[in-house]
Each structure stands twice: as C-alpha cells, then as structure tokens.
Write a protein that binds this ligand. Sequence first.
Ligand SMILES: Nc1ncnc2c1ncn2[C@@H]1O[C@H](COP(=O)(O)OP(=O)(O)OP(=O)(O)O)[C@@H](O)[C@H]1O
Length: 625
Amino acid sequence: MASRVQNPIQNRLWLLSFSTSSTSSLCNSVSLKKTRFTNRSLFGKRMPWSSSRRNLYCTCSTSRGSTMDSNTSPSSGRQNAEPFVITTPLYYVNAPPHMGSAYTTVAADAIARFQRLLGNKVVFITGTDEHGEKIATAAAACGCSPAEHCNVVSQAYRTLWRDLGIAYDKFIRTTDHKHEAIVKEFYSKVLANGDIYRADYEGLYCVNCEEYKEEKELLDNNCCPIHLKPCVAKKEDNYFFALSKYEGFLGKMLSENPEFVQPSFRLNEVQSWITSGLRDFSISRASVDWGIEVPNDAKQTIYVWFDALVGYISALLNDGEQPNLQTAISSGWPTSLHLIGKDILRFHAVYWPAMLMSAGLQLPKMVFGHGFLTKDGNKMGKSLGNTLEPTDLVQRFGPDAVRYFFLKEVEFGSDGDYSESRFINTVNAHLANTIGNLLNRTLGLLKKNCRSTLAVDSAIAAEGNTFKDAVEMLVTKAKTHYETLALSSACEAVLEIGNAGNLYMNQQAPWSLFKQGGAASETAAKELVIVLEAMRIIAIVLSPVTPSLCLRIYNQLGYTEDQFDAITWSDAKWGGLKAGQVMAQPKPVFSRIENQIEDGNAGETVKAGSKDKENINQNKSAIEV
Ligand SMILES: Nc1ncnc2c1ncn2[C@@H]1O[C@H](COP(=O)(O)OP(=O)(O)OP(=O)(O)O)[C@@H](O)[C@H]1O
C-alpha cells in the first residue's frame, strides 16, 4: 500500500461503453443492519472497542450477518471474548521500509501491547502488498523474478520489525495462496451483489501510480505531478466497482458513526469526498500479469488496492485452516482499528467500507489516519528520496530510543519533524537521565546502605505520602491517554512520574539522612523503597512504548523476565514492592548517547538544546549523592 497513496482514488476515465449495466437496483440489494458491541467499561473518552452506546454498521444479508459474527463463531474458540484486532497498512514492496513505515508499525505495536496489558486478546496484523506493475518493473530492474524480489523486500520488513521489537501476531503477504483464494471469493461476492461491471475506456496512465489520470491534473508533457514522469496513452477494457452506489450509505454511516474516522479533524475531509460525488473505479488491469487473476477472466488481474485491502481479512486465517471468507471472518473480523498514514485515508474510509458493504461484511470499527514524519519540513518518502533509514537508527541508538522518540515527540495524528540533535537530546534527557539515572542512583544508595534489600513494603512506606498520590494520578492519566491513542501524552504522563521522582529524591535527600544514622537512616531506607516503587510503576506504564528498557528496569528491581511478561495494567497499582525483595546490582538501563555529534548535512557540532540541558542539570542535582 505504498506510493499509490497520494493519488486520487477515482480512476477518472472516459467510459466508452458498458458491457453490463446495473447501478440501478443497487440500493435495494444492500441492507444496513446494526450490531451491538459489549462495553468493556473503560474510562476516559470512549472508543469503539470500549463502547456499548454506539452501534456499528454491518451490511449483511440477514443470514450472513449472524454467522460471520466473531463473537459467536464456534470455530473461533473465544465465544465471549471479542479480540482487539489492529492493523498497519500492508506495505508496498517496491522498496525496503523506511522510518515512515516503521512509525505506523511502532505505534500499532504500542497500542497492541497496551491492550494486552489490559488483559484483552489482541490480534495485531501487518504485512506486505506485493502485486502490481511497479513490483514487476522493480524486479526486472534488479534482474530477478517478481517473486524473488518480493521475498527479499518482504523479509526486510520482517527483519526490521524484529529489530524494533514489534510483536505482531499475523504477517500477511498478498502473494500468499490463501490470500489469493480469499480475494477471489471476495470478488465473487461483490460480483454476485451486482456491483461489478465491465467497460471499455482509454486514458493517460501513470505506471508509478498504477492508475489513470485526468488531463487537467497533469503537468506539462502529461507528466504525473507526483512522479514527474509522462503518463502513457492506454486503452483497455476493465472491470469496475460501483462505488457510486454506496455514496448514500457511506454518508449515513459517517454521520451516525463520526468516530469511525480519527483523528476527528479528518472526518470533514472524508465527508467532503463523499458529498462531492463518488465515481466507480476500475478494479482490474488487462496489461498487468503480476497479480491475482480475475475469476473467470484469465486475461485480467485484480487491481492492487482491491487485492491488498482484503489482506486484512485473509491475515486472520490460522495455519492449516481452509482459505475461505467464513473461516477468516470468524477469527476476529471486524477489525477494531485500522492504523494508517493520512495519505491512504480515502482508500480505507471510503473505498474499503463500500467494498465490505457490497460483500456483505461488517465494517471496521475505526480508521485512524496519523500524520507524516517530515524531514526539514517535507514528507519523508521514497518519492522525494529523503527517507530516514530505521535500521541505521536502531543499530546506533537501540529500539527503545527510536520507539520512544517518535511516539513521544510526534503528537499522534499530526505531522512531526525529525532532527538527529533533537532525537539525541530527547532520549538522553528522558530515558537516560530522568528515568535511567534516577533508578541507578537509587539502587546505588540501596546497595551502599541497605545491602540492596528493601526494608519495608512499599504500601506501608508510602502511607499518607503525596508523591504516591501524584504517581497514582499520573498512572490514571496515562491509561486514559493510551485508550484515546494520545500516545505522546501517555509518554508525557510517565515522564512526569520520573520528574516527580527526581524532585522527591532531591527534597528527601536520603544520602544525608543515611549520614545522620539512627531513625533518620530508617526514614532514608523507606524513601528509597518509595522511589523504587515509582520506578516499578514506570516500567509497567511505559512498557507498551519501550518494552526492552522496561524489562531491564524490572530486572534491576529483582524480577525475572517471566515475571515481566506476566504483568498486567492492574500491577501498576501502588504496593507491588515488598520488604525483603533484593534488587540486582545497579547497572545503567539506558546508556547516554554522546550528545556532541556531527550533523550529517551541516558537518557542524550539535549540542543539546538549552531546555534539555536545563532538564538534565536539574535532574542531575536532584540525584546527586
Ligand atoms: N513520512 C511518513 N510518515 C508517516 N508514515 C508514513 C510515511 N511514509 C509512509 N508512511 C506509512 O506507510 C504507509 C504507506 O507508505 P508509502 O509506502 O506509500 O510511503 P512512501 O514509501 O513514502 O512512498 P512515496 O514516497 O512514494 O509516496 C503510509 O500510509 C504510512 O502508514
């Protein structure tokens, strides 16, 4: 799902003749049905997956509606547990992943991890979109077959996800045979519903966009405005999907379920696409071999978008299962959340719901279109060649730094610029200093004065303690932010716990109390327990964002990896650390990145920003022993 994304969705064609008609009986053939969802009684802003008051549309013929309900399917084995199903785009394998693709996937991983912490069953789907002329061309350019090319690039995505600590449940490739079977069945359902017709047309075709263009949108010499290459005149007969038939249904669905499109400020845009009129679009190609054959017409292949979107369903199939829609749907459809970049919002918020309605399937509960990572103000992307290499970032700074920086520093939904100096200053100030250093110094004091052993239960130590109250309030805040996908604010709430912990250490100055001895020493030992309990809570609440850093914190607090893997959100309640627990030998959990770096472009030395330096100094003094 790449590179085609910024293009208008409609193939604006000159329809020369229709070989079958049939948009007239359209409205009669599709019925709208409402489905009730269970309330998971989450607090904060209600999201579709936590709502009982919202009804979501399902366009099903009456019989199909109930049999395809994931909650009641006997084959799912989860009679009453509705899974939280989250997807990233299936990335187009015309080129290896860049930081933009990683951004969506890291965000999806954090959301999936948070849902697992809540105790929900999660199905996290990602994968690669592998058909189309562009792939065939890219393969030819490197002298290999399309299949070989797809294998290599798809593997590059998997490798990057491993390096970034992405814990996906399903990885779907659109060249997978089971996907092919599902796409054909999906196509046949839409056909049976009278929504596919054949038409001859001719137009100017952009190979890179893999779609026809209107002359008025082209630059001089019929150049595509995105790829700056001339479009070629092409004439062929294709199959069309009757999108126009669903205009009214989509408009109604959005007005009744405005939360379907997130962030909410993107809803107007989607509504205006619909009110300005939806055109039918071509869903096959006569000249593209590298694709899934149209059922009953071996001369045509299915258009990549009509193929790739269905991947969200075929991904649900479990190993060894029959590849049919019924089986896939019963394993978790509809998705709770499609997470995408804003560039492909129209495909997901207009085309895809219409296709699903036509096939008689339920609609996803939410489509969230986040903003762009930009570099020097421009969208980072393959077209401009200004991409940031995520593997390089991970190798130099580690997965936690990469995950934290992009989720904390880019407000989820808006665009965000990248600069290496800001990256380094942020992770140094927040992860190395505010969190890592606080833990390290506290453990150092505990080792020196208490033989690394906690003197008292954290619940007893903090009775009537206002710092504890502040921590509890911030945990509640973080939960609300995660639930509403405000990932940056969730990180901020955790950071505030760290800042409050540093301030608390500074005020209590246990190192002085230990020097006084006697009762003062006992107080000092108690203060260390309080700070370490706050660190334990940080390790839980930040774990969706920086899982390996949080595991290291947990290990330092004397817990095993298995214990870390078993944590749930309820463990973030104050009182987990008990008297007698022995801490590990103090070891930095996050190494500071050298903050005097060579800026790649300017070649000048970049120093930490003044605000961050201030932060660093303040926290340093707070934990001086
Ligand atoms: N700059 C970016 N910022 C955030 N997400 C991005 C960015 N680029 C790509 N993505 C993610 O990858 C998806 C598809 O990306 P796509 O491959 O089209 O982008 P691209 O590689 O930048 O291509 P092109 O530059 O040719 O448009 C987006 O919807 C989004 O999820």
